[in-house]
Design a protein around this ligand. Structure first.
Ligand code: RB5
Length: 146
């Protein structure tokens, strides 16, 4: 476990450029960034990268995680198979804020073929700045975990 605010990022080949842009932005915002790649453009398998990043969050090594693939959907599905992971795909800032505030999401997934860079940056900011509200929402998140 760590007290450091540390964000892990990963993607498949469809989102390398956007992932690296987001990694630089998140570092500039003061978070410690763990970008686990990939870095080369060959076609790869999003479940591998979603699982690897999700395990960093589930273990406590990283506080939150950001995933990307073409749609954001496949890598989100893979991450959510790791116990303790709550990952949502977002294409808007309202959802990105709410999945933290109400669902205590610990991972965000973005579709690099769905939205542009500016929107992706705003979504990441909304996700990272929001905090879980607890209360009745904690009861519901506990039900998900059960
Ligand atoms: C890769 O072509 C594409 O299928 C992948 O990036 C993602 O969109 C899957 O959900």
């Amino acid at each position: 476990m760590t007290d450091t605010k540390r964000v892990v990022l990963s993607s498949d080949h469809a989102a390398i450029d956007l992932r690296q842009t987001l990694a630089a932005h998140i570092a500039q915002a003061g978070w410690e960034v763990v970008d686990i790649g990939p870095t080369t453009p060959e076609s790869t398998h999003y479940p591998l990268h979603g699982k690897a990043a999700a395990e960093r969050v589930a273990s406590g090594d990283c506080t939150l995680g950001i995933l990307l693939c073409g749609t954001g959907q496949g890598i989100m599905m893979a991450a959510n198979k790791v116990p303790g992971i709550r990952c949502g795909v977002c294409s808007d800032t309202f959802s990105a804020r709410m999945i933290r505030q109400h669902n205590n999401a610990n991972m965000l997934s973005i579709g690099a073929r769905v939205i542009g860079e500016g929107q992706a940056i705003d979504i990441v900011d909304a996700f990272l700045k929001a905090e879980f509200e607890g209360g009745r929402h904690a009861t519901r998140v506990d039900m998900i975990e059960e």
